[in-house]
Design a protein around this ligand. Structure first.
Ligand SMILES: Nc1ncnc2c1ncn2[C@@H]1O[C@H](COP(=O)(O)OP(=O)(O)OP(=O)(O)O)[C@@H](O)[C@H]1O
Length: 413
């Protein structure tokens, strides 16, 4: 039977709320600010400024290219909305931005329908062809003096699946529609430029006029993004800085990660849920590590790569786990690690390797992503290397490493 105390403790735990706006952590949410994408917003503004001044009567085109999670969708949506507002307020010009996902709408027909719906056009009941619908859209824009910017997200899907005539029509629209002011402009969003560069020049030249590249995020950039998203979604002082730093370092492109902000934010969100469930008033490093192992596809790869390690590299790793456990610490000094390594090697009747060799092993463990190292800051005498585990310290990992050590020892005899 569950005791009253346990019931009460449980209910108190579940009332500890860390996350105040869960929706602000959802992948579709577009925040009001996008740290480290300000220059991309500026470049987009530069591309479309002619629409506001009346200088340009042409259909503008820009390609946005970047890996997944680099903020392409969020940046373009935020730009579209802000541009609409500024155009109306400061220039008295009507601009409408429409965002279309070409994975969901991967034919010319579906794209034209989406545009018609977004403009709330009364589409006649008898089915119109996409071409007719585009003409109707253009007439509507002309009558109301509106400029339209269409963001075609995941445009590669359209290019890979639509018939050439459809691609041709969409991008060479003004071969079909005669217009003094070309009112429809495009932002093409792709993950890699291959889908565009493999196209025939007669199509490609109508897509590629200007290219804006989105680089994967560096760890310091991810840190700023996480910090900002934390301030939006979490209650004040409920996320430990070390936890944010860990996510930023795990996914930072300069640290060997993917530079993907989406996974970084997902990890933060899950860590918040884990902490809440456990009744912790604060998201700690351990919550993040556990969230990370549930989400990060790279972790399984790390675990798989452990079986390729040498015996002494594995002993060093096991020594790290032992000291971390014994001291209930997240991080230990290199000196502590070396001492433990020496005694563990002797326990296993192995001759411990020399200091320089141990450093080499540590470098290898770092390279495969199983450990992290950093230099101690002030507060410790001299500078020393601090070592931590990148994976959550769970029983399974410990057992797996012990088993690998036994396999390697056995294969020796
Ligand atoms: N600079 C940033 N500041 C705050 N949040 C960001 C930033 N960049 C990306 N994000 C967030 O990261 C998530 C992924 O971004 P987004 O969907 O824009 O990436 P993407 O490049 O379009 O990815 P995909 O190619 O997979 O569609 C979103 O939740 C977005 O709000």
């Amino acid at each position: 039977m569950v005791s009253t105390k346990d019931i009460l403790a449980d209910s108190l735990r579940s009332s500890v709320l860390i996350i105040k706006h869960k929706d602000k952590l959802s992948p579709d949410y577009v925040p009001e600010n996008l740290p480290h994408r300000e220059d991309k917003i500026r470049e987009l503004g530069f591309t479309f400024r002619g629409l506001l001044t009346g200088e340009s009567k042409d259909s503008e085109r820009v390609v946005i290219v970047g890996r997944t999670g680099t903020g392409k969708t969020a940046t373009v949506k935020l730009f579209g909305k802000s541009f609409e507002d500024i155009a109306e307020r400061e220039y008295g010009v009507k601009v409408k931005y429409i965002h279309i996902n070409c994975y969901r709408h991967r034919s010319l027909y579906l794209i034209s329908q989406e545009i018609g719906n977004a403009l709330k056009l009364p589409v006649p009941a008898r089915g119109l062809s996409s071409q007719e619908l585009f003409k109707m859209v253009h007439e509507y824009l002309d009558r109301r003096n509106i400029h339209l910017i269409v963001g075609l997200d995941e445009f590669g899907h359209f290019l890979n699946t639509a018939p050439t005539e459809e691609i041709y029509f969409l991008v060479r629209l003004y071969d079909e529609i005669s217009a003094i002011i070309k009112r429809i402009s495009y932002i093409f969003i792709v993950n890699d430029s291959y889908s565009i560069y493999k196209l025939d020049k007669s199509i490609r030249d109508h897509i590629v006029r200007r290219v804006i590249e989105f680089q994967p995020y560096k760890s310091t950039e991810l840190y700023d993004i996480l910090k900002y998203r934390t301030s939006e979604a979490f209650n004040e002082n409920t996320v430990d800085d070390e936890a944010l730093q860990f996510i930023a370092n795990t996914y930072g492109f300069d640290k060997g990660g993917s530079g993907n902000a989406r996974i970084a934010i997902e990890t933060l969100s899950l860590a918040g849920e884990i902490a809440e469930k456990e009744g912790s008033p604060i998201v700690l490093l351990d919550h993040v590590k556990r969230a990370n192992s549930a989400i990060n596809p790279e972790i399984q790869e790390i675990v798989d790569s452990l079986s390729y390690l040498d015996l002494h590299q594995l002993i060093l790793l096991e020594a790290l786990i032992r000291v971390l456990k014994r001291n209930k610490a997240d991080e230990i000094t290199m000196g502590m690690l070396e001492n433990e390594y020496i005694s563990l090697a002797r326990e296993l009747n192995e001759e411990p390797r020399k200091h320089t060799q141990v450093y080499e092993y540590l470098r290898k463990l770092k390279a495969i992503g199983v450990v992290n190292t950093r230099q101690s800051g002030k507060g410790m005498r001299g500078r020393t290397t601090l070592v931590s585990l990148s994976l959550p310290l769970d029983k399974k990992l410990d057992e797996y490493i012990t088993q690998q050590i036994l396999v390697k020892l056995k294969s020796r005899t």
